[in-house]
Design a protein. Structure first.
Length: 300
């Protein structure tokens, strides 16, 4: 097969991966909304436990229906152990960010994830990233700093929770790409939500807050978060395992649109000038990274 013949298949893989990424981001924004709503009545540790248990059950049933084995030796591989640590970190800190900070702010900070993923893909997987994309990465990180506003009166130490969650998710995505191909999306999803369950147990023990019986409304929010989150997780795993990281991950910025819109219309949040400026820089750098990645791929 010639290069001209093989190139369309690569472009198709990138397109499919990008579509899965946009779908995942829309669903994740909805998941965040349901979790934030449930946090008004339920402790954070209990939310993590219920959410993790529900998601694990969903993916276990999905894997069983397709006769996929949940307990195989590859689950203990180095990539999966690393993935567990990052998944735990990401979920633990981001759920606190959702509960304690505005949805739009947490979502905006999370948009640094693609930048970290592209950097990781270059440094760990050896994907080619030239000086132009490195410059765009630096601009994107500058946008994050503008949103955080360290040293300013508007700076909130609680925003660091979203930063730590973002770093955890970036590491998880990179580890997912390195995970053994023998592990299906359902199996990865199962262990991802088991990690969330473990995180909930850790938080509950650490805080010492007694569990409460969920109201019908808060229980419904958790159930919706589980269903939407399972679909989002599945779409994300498919996106990260289809096409090139540098081509697919910039579409994570679409979550900013969904998250900001939900925060404004459902929680009455507002976007000030520094946040808008930071978001513009992040999105612009992400779009440039995407464009440059495709240009490099076409000329390779």
């Amino acid at each position: 097969m010639t290069l001209a013949q093989s190139h369309p298949s690569g472009s198709r893989a990138n397109l499919i991966g990008s579509l899965f990424m946009v779908l995942a981001m829309a669903l994740f924004a909805l998941e965040d909304t349901f979790v934030k709503a449930a946090a008004k009545q339920l402790p954070v540790g209990e939310i993590l436990m219920l959410f993790g248990l529900g998601g694990a059950i969903v993916f276990a049933l999905a894997a069983t229906s397709r006769r996929e084995r949940l307990f195989v030796s590859d689950v203990l591989s180095k990539a999966m152990r690393i993935r567990f640590v990052f998944e735990l970190t990401g979920r633990l800190f981001y759920i606190f960010a959702l509960a304690l900070t505005p949805l739009s702010s947490a979502t905006a900070i999370l948009q640094a994830t693609p930048i970290v993923v592209v950097m990781g893909a270059a440094l760990i997987f050896g994907e080619k990233v030239g000086w132009r994309r490195w410059t765009a990465i630096a601009i994107g990180l500058l946008g994050v700093m503008i949103i955080l506003r360290p040293g300013a009166e508007a700076f909130s130490p609680l925003s660091i929770l979203a930063v730590l969650g973002m770093l955890g998710f970036a590491g998880r995505d990179l580890a997912s790409r390195a995970a053994p191909r023998t592990l299906s999306t359902n199996v990865l999803g199962f262990y991802g939500f088991v990690t969330v369950l473990i995180a909930g147990v850790i938080v509950s023990v650490w805080e010492g807050v007694p569990l409460v019986l969920p109201h019908l409304k808060s229980g419904g929010f958790i159930a919706l978060a589980v269903l939407v989150g399972a679909c989002a997780y599945s779409s994300l795993m498919k996106a990260m395992r289809t096409g090139e990281v540098a081509s697919v991950t910039p579409f994570r910025y679409s979550r900013l649109i969904f998250g900001a819109a939900l925060g404004i219309f459902l929680f009455g949040e507002t976007l000030d000038l520094p946040m808008i400026t930071g978001c513009v820089l992040i999105v612009a750098s992400g779009l440039f990274i995407l464009w440059r990645g495709r240009k490099v791929a076409r000329t390779a």
